[in-house]
Design a protein around this ligand. Sequence first.
Ligand code: URA
Length: 185
Amino acid sequence: MKKKMNINKINNQITSCTQCILHKHRKNAVPGIGNICAEIMMIGEAPGIYEDELGLPFVGRAGHILYDILMDNGIPKSSLYITNVIKCRPPKNRIPNKKEINECKIYLMREINLIKPKIICIMGNIAYSTILGGKNIIKNRGRLVFHDNQRYFLTIHPAATIYNKNLFVLLKNDIQTLCEFISKY
Ligand code: URA
């Protein structure tokens, strides 16, 4: 009950946030969504056009790709918590800048500290650099990282696989590896 109240509080902070310029362009801010008792938390980059329209993360093509792969591996959407580094859509889907990331990071940290998942799946370079200070997700994908008492798994962003079949295969392999890790812990 307390957890539910606290997530509502975080979501309200996100939807009323005016810290950076992105709030001026948004139709809706996009907080995370899902099971607040989830063992797996997935973190992407920023909302796109459909997410902005609906105020929900991963409702577009990238989300469909991701949920299909997860489902094939026996992980239903209902068992996850999914969110983004940035909660408002950057205009024309541009890469969020350092200032925007720094202003928004506090909400991501609040989400992580509340959900306390067994494993956090980092998807793409923006999430990788924001959370772990890492570079080059393609090179490091498929790895499990233990940092500050938290397990992380690294993979590519599902949107990167839309026009690249090779990356799609890599994402599929990574999610399978993630599932193997989860069954061990
Ligand atoms: N890409 C993301 O990183 N997040 C979304 O919510 C949708 C697409």
